[in-house]
Ligand binder design. Structure first.
Ligand code: C5P
Length: 232
């Protein structure tokens, strides 16, 4: 499975994003576009990024009834994104409908990877038990949701690098945020790994935001992440 570094583009506008991309020289990295940027700039910006040669992980975490997700995914498939995602909490039927929509939308184009969010890292044991009324451990729900994603035909899940080997053992790919270069501030992340550690733990893709976007020299920081993660 192809390993790569995905830059989390948590910018509030297209102008900010393009100013950042200009700092990367000739690199055309994999980019993660999330809700903030997508809800501001929408599909035209994604098309423009694709035309400029970037691979896109569109991180919109769909979660609705199967028919609605199916129709929404047809539109995302037609956009030509490379990875997109849903919440596994929507259930197996919803995930299967998402996959069908994505496939139809992609048509003759390359089939995007579809991955699932298991439990958000903002969900802790207390929230799980007392708000969501789930009397299982977080780990058990992550495993079960990942198995549901597999049954629905998805390619993998978003998870911590610490869960990457569990996910690999289930035959799924893992896309892992929570990455920092040694010495960088951890910011609001609770548990962080270096790109080298994520590689050792078996992550398929790492998602790196502020360690690259907030670096003095983003080009060097990106190259360092690639060197550590891909061994290049
Ligand atoms: O700047 P930083 O490297 O912490 O950014 C991580 C990115 O990954 C952000 O876009 C964040 O929303 C996302 N993410 C995360 N943890 C998750 C899921 C997504 O940090 N469990």
């Amino acid at each position: 499975m192809c390993k790569d570094v995905i830059i989390a583009c948590d910018f509030s506008s297209k102008e900010e994003l393009f100013a950042f991309l200009d700092k990367l020289g000739d690199y055309k990295p994999y980019l993660k576009v999330g809700m903030e940027l997508y809800y501001k700039e929408g599909a035209p910006m994604v098309r423009e990024l694709k035309e400029r040669g970037y691979k896109i992980f569109l991180d919109l975490k769909l979660h609705d009834i199967p028919n609605t997700v199916y129709k929404a995914m047809r539109n995302l498939g037609a956009l030509g994104v490379d990875i997109t995602n849903v919440h596994a909490a929507g259930g197996i039927k919803m995930m299967a409908a998402a996959l069908k929509g994505l496939r139809e939308g992609a048509g003759e184009g390359a089939m995007p990877k579809l991955i699932a969010v298991t439990q958000l890292t903002s969900t802790d044991a207390d929230t799980l038990k007392n708000e969501l009324l789930i009397n299982e451990t977080l780990e058990n729900t992550v495993r079960k949701y990942a198995l549901n994603a597999k049954e629905a035909g998805l390619d993998g899940v978003v998870c911590s690098p610490l869960e990457a080997s569990l996910i690999k053992g289930l035959g799924l790919m893992s896309v892992t945020p929570g990455i920092r270069l040694a010495g960088d501030s951890v910011d609001d992340q609770k548990r962080v790994s270096t790109p080298a550690l994520a590689r050792e733990m078996g992550s398929t893709y790492i998602v790196v935001g502020r360690s690259i976007t907030g670096a003095q020299n983003p080009q060097e920081a990106y190259a360092e992440c690639v060197r550590q993660f891909k061994g290049e």
